[in-house]
Design a protein. Structure first.
Lengths: 196, 313, 536
């Protein structure tokens, strides 16, 4: 063990610390998205008609599809973490790899949606609904991308033999983050696409 | 209260704000002397006497009684201060009968003044002494402030909104108006003047006017003309049998029941919003079909229409 | 007498400072080095921000524009505020002294995530580089960046927004690190009620940082989006609300003042018992009041906006809640004063500054009610009264607390002692200069002088001249203090492990400490305030 293991006495303490750290980080993310959700709420109350009319321009099928994609990806993360807990590194890498793939699918679908909007002359500056739509989904998309990066890094760790049944903290922690990103979408989708 | 620390209050309300200021200063002064006094007294009295040797010091670690005391007493004191602050503030906001209304628009870097009779001015506002005044404030570009230090009041001027400031000036005189919300390079030069005139002089000025622009029609007259042209009367009757939307006579100042159970008071802000964002608050029992006039009716026209609606009593 | 118990020797091989070379600093994982880097960086910005302040006071000697144009003046007050707040006062104690001390105080070898700690510093550095970059088109919006002006301004607001976003990220990561550290890395026997009060203060601070900072991050993101993408959240012509920006902005910026003050209060709680040779009075009250302040602090942001057109009901609620943040604050002040009772008090420079903190913070605090009460707020908001109030609390409070901490822990951090005589001379200049500079502003504000005014009416001339003279004295004092620090670093006498005969764990290490802090992790059996020569 290096001299600077962060001052942790042992693996268990290290894991506990990592867990608290990630949960605290997720709390900050809740506040981050919370501010945008607040803006959504404020303007939704102020312009109910405009929101109702504009939200119909969103493609519910693509949105629903993306929801399925993300939920499935979270399931894969759970399976992956379960695999590494049992020391099955190959299986873990496969599951996490598939998760990243689904993340890419999500982003592709978003790209299609954005492109369609731009094609129809709808931009973030078009009106407040689309300002909120683009900023919320944009910020979420950035988090999906960052999540894919983190998951890739964890796969690299596994390939270098650094993960095992005894030590798989990075897998669990990145899995937590991915679940959070999924959860944000679960709120986003109905609020933007469904609620009239 | 003419001292170096303050300056004469020019209205009854201002005098009350000063009284509150003095109250807070007195309470603060008491606690200042108490705490600073003890701080300095203890520091001096309990200084180490012999170099290199500590005084004997007791290992006191706390006192439940003292903690309770110095949580309870400040709590009571602050509630008292809150209460008076809130009372005086609320009283500043009570609408009075016979208010003289003045519209002021802050713009980089001057105050545009508009009187209901159509007269306009720049930076100079004339009001009668001894009568309540209601300022209807907005901004044309960025945030501005409207501060009357002699009256101890200020209100921000916000683009896209109307805010209200009420004063009742008692003493005739000329009082500065400062901009207090940073608005760019000319922020500190945006100086206005409130001219409070004795009633007779004011009446003369209303009759014969000063340097203000003349020949403009009163705001309400203009508003009626704009309304007729904009087709409002296609859906709104002034009175009698209702058309599609609510009737307009008696609307201003009334309590309007809204869809969803709430209600709103039909003040200037409500009327303005009804024209620019009709879907924001729907009157109970009416369909949400009114189009928005946000892009077709410039803000000064909206203002004029609102003024006209106010005359429909 | 000086040089109490602890590890023998003082700075043999100069402890954590031994390793040389820029790489040993740039890539360090040692919390003490990271803390030192933050202290140096924030000191530089303090001095630059101070220069801007002096330029402002120079210009304000004359009612009309004399040395600079009004636009330049407006840029200067914006840069003074933004630099002081984002690049100095928020990071200085938490990321500077906090980083150095927290592991030592709790008996740990480092923070929970040392690499994250290093990353925090470099994200901070990226942030300030971007902010400096934005100076190509400096802004004059005031540090509050109110829309629509900031959205329309031709200045590099977008760049600056990005810079502040990075600074915020650094702040969040540091806060997160500290929360986990304090929860998980305490030495055996270090129960929550044996923690030094500095740790309680830092804990509450970290919670605020973690919860509040993301909101300001989004606020600046939205401001940038408004400028770059044309979104209209704050633009009335698009249906947006300029006042919404103020809500978002102050939701962070009010709690952040507690990020500024709580660590400084923690320092005062450390220093007063040591130099009174008495236990701290009301340990639990002081500890929990930090948490109470943090909590209530989140509920009162609207008191910056009483004149912005909020409803009278909202105003009343915010005013009511605002007063309650004063109660836990007062509790601390009373407890500190009670600690002095029957003490054995000496006035070395740390104690001078700690007592000064209490004195000046009381003034700042007692001028709060004028602003919390609705009717007087309407009179005094956006005037120099507010400027005076926050300088008394932020500079008279936090900065004096920082100075106390720097003087107190200088021997520990550097292994050298400061020249006490020079320190006291600097203190005297600072105390005098500070009060002359800022007390006059209460007068100017009460008489109606608005803030952010490059030019003012002649009737405010006298106060402004007096204030400017005060600022020269204050600046002189700070320069003397800085010179004293430099001299101390170069030629200071060797410091013993425990020059102040203090009981908290950092004094059991060498001065300066070894990289691993403790040879063996200590087992803690009592609280660190067991001063006092006899039972009560």
């Amino acid at each position: 063990m290096s001299g600077h293991s962060g001052g942790h006495a042992d693996r268990a303490a290290s894991f506990e610390a990592a867990k608290l750290g990630v949960w605290t980080f997720l709390a900050t993310e809740v506040l981050l998205f919370g501010a945008l959700f607040t803006a959504y709420t404020v303007y939704r109350i102020q312009y109910p008609e405009m929101f109702r009319a504009e939200h119909l321009k969103l493609d519910r099928v693509l949105g629903a599809g993306n929801t399925v994609v993300l939920i499935t990806s979270s399931l894969l993360v759970v399976l992956g973490v379960d695999a590494i807990k049992r020391g099955m590194t190959r299986r873990f890498e496969a599951f996490f790899g598939a998760t990243i793939l689904l993340g890419a699918v999500f982003l592709c679908v978003k790209y299609v949606e954005y492109a369609a909007k731009f094609h129809h002359g709808i931009y973030p500056r078009t009106n407040l609904f689309f300002s909120i739509y683009f900023t919320l989904t944009g910020l979420h998309g950035i988090h999906v991308l960052l999540g894919m990066g983190v998951l890739s890094y964890v796969i690299v760790l596994s390939r270098r033999g650094r993960l095992s049944a005894e030590y798989h903290t990075p897998a669990e922690m990145s899995g937590l983050y991915w679940h959070f990103v999924d959860l944000v979408w679960i709120y986003l989708f109905p609020l933007l696409y469904l609620v009239g | 209260m003419g001292s170096v620390f303050s300056f004469g209050a020019a209205s009854g309300q201002a005098g009350r704000v000063d009284a509150l200021f003095v109250l807070i200063a007195a309470i603060g002064g008491f606690f200042f002397l108490l705490t600073q006094g003890m701080l300095i007294y203890f520091a001096v009295k309990y200084r180490r006497r012999l170099p290199g040797r500590d005084n004997e010091t007791p290992a006191i670690t706390g006192s439940r009684l003292l903690e309770t005391l110095w949580i309870l007493v400040p709590s009571i004191v602050v509630v008292v201060i809150f209460y008076y602050g809130w009372r005086v503030y609320t009283d500043q906001r009570i609408p009075a009968a016979g208010e003289t209304e003045v519209h002021v628009t802050g713009r980089q870097w001057m105050y545009e003044v508009k009187y209901p009779d159509g007269r306009t001015a720049a930076n100079e506002i004339r009001v009668p002494a001894g009568k309540p005044v209601k300022f209807l404030l907005t901004a044309a570009d960025v945030l501005h402030g409207f501060y009357l230090p002699d009256f101890r009041v200020k209100m921000d001027m916000i683009p896209g909104r109307v805010t209200v400031l009420r004063v009742q000036p008692e003493r005739p005189g000329r009082y500065p108006i400062y901009c207090t919300v940073y608005c760019g390079t000319g922020h500190s030069n945006m100086l206005g003047e409130l001219v409070v005139m004795p009633p007779r002089e004011y009446a003369e000025w209303v009759e014969h006017g000063g340097r203000e622009e003349r020949g403009r029609e009163p705001l309400a007259v203009r508003g009626e003309r704009i309304m007729k042209r904009a087709g409002c009367l296609n859906c709104h009757a002034v009175e009698g049998k209702e058309k599609i939307g609510p009737n307009l006579r008696g609307l201003y100042g009334s309590k309007v029941p809204l869809e969803g159970g709430k209600s709103a008071t039909a003040d200037e802000e409500y009327l303005r919003e009804s024209i620019t964002d009709p879907g924001a608050r729907i009157v109970k029992g009416y369909p949400n079909v009114m189009p928005t006039f946000r892009t077709s009716m410039p803000p000064e026209d909206v203002e004029a229409v609102v003024e006209y609606l106010k005359t429909l009593k | 007498m000086e040089g109490g118990g602890g590890i023998a020797g003082n700075g043999i091989g100069r402890g954590y400072l031994a390793e040389r070379g820029w790489r040993s600093w740039a890539f360090t994982l040692d919390h003490k080095r990271i803390g030192a880097m933050y202290l140096w960086t924030t000191t530089v910005f303090f001095l630059i921000g101070g220069v801007f302040a002096l330029l402002l006071r120079l210009e304000l000697l004359s009612p009309q524009a004399k040395y600079f144009s009004n636009h330049t003046y407006n840029v200067f007050f914006t840069l003074h505020g933004a630099m002081m707040i984002f690049l100095f006062i928020i990071p200085a104690i938490p990321s500077g002294l906090g980083n150095f001390l927290i592991p030592l105080h709790i008996g740990a070898r480092d923070v929970a995530f040392p690499r994250l700690n290093l990353a925090s510093y470099w994200v901070f550095a990226a942030g300030f580089l971007v902010i400096i970059g934005s100076l190509v088109a400096p802004m004059d919006t005031g540090w509050t960046f109110y829309t629509p002006y900031s959205a329309k301004s031709a200045a590099a607001v977008t760049t600056l927004s990005f810079g502040i976003f990075l600074i915020g990220m650094s702040s969040i990561l540091t806060g997160l690190n500290f929360i986990v550290t304090i929860h998980k890395l305490r030495a055996p026997g270090m129960t929550w009620h044996r923690l030094p009060l500095f740790i309680w203060g830092m804990y509450a601070t970290s919670i605020i940082q973690v919860i509040a900072t993301p909101v300001v991050g989004v606020t600046f993101l939205l401001l940038a989006a408004e400028r770059v993408l044309g979104v209209g959240f704050f633009d009335p012509s698009k249906g947006g609300d300029p006042v919404l920006f103020q809500h978002f902005f102050w939701f962070y910026s009010h709690p952040v003042v507690y990020v500024m003050i709580l660590p400084a209060m923690g320092i005062v709680s450390e220093v007063i018992p040591v130099f009174s040779r008495k236990p701290i009075f009301g340990y639990s009250a002081i500890a929990y009041s930090s948490l109470a302040i943090a909590f209530i602090g989140f509920l009162v942001w609207g008191h910056h906006m009483f004149t912005s057109g909020m409803s009278p009901l909202a105003n009343a609620i915010f005013s009511f809640l605002t007063f309650f943040v004063a109660v836990p604050t007062a509790v601390k002040v009373f407890n500190w004063i009670a600690t002095l009772y029957k003490g054995s008090i000496t006035f070395e420079s740390p104690m001078l500054y700690a007592l000064t903190f209490i004195f000046l913070f009381i003034v700042g605090g007692l001028t709060g009610p004028f602003l919390g009460a609705l009717a007087t707020n309407v009179q005094l908001h956006d005037t120099y009264f507010v400027v005076a109030h926050f300088h008394y609390t932020m500079m008279g409070g936090t900065v004096m607390g920082l100075f106390a901490g720097l003087h107190y822990w200088f021997p520990k951090m550097t292994g050298k002692m400061l020249n006490e005589k020079v320190a006291r001379a600097a203190w005297a200049l600072i105390f005098l200069g500070f009060n002359v500079t800022f007390f006059t502003m209460f007068v100017a504000g009460t008489r109606g002088m608005p803030r952010r005014y490059a030019e003012y009416l002649p009737k405010f001339h006298t106060e402004n001249v007096i204030s400017s003279i005060g600022s020269a004295v204050l600046a002189a004092g700070i320069l003397v203090m800085c010179w004293n620090f430099v001299q101390g670093l170069r030629k200071g006498a060797s410091a013993p492990a425990n020059p102040w005969r203090a009981l908290s764990l950092e004094w059991r290490t060498a001065s300066p400490p070894e990289t691993e802090n403790f040879e063996e992790i200590p087992v803690v059996t009592e609280w660190p305030y067991g001063y006092g020569t006899r039972k009560a």
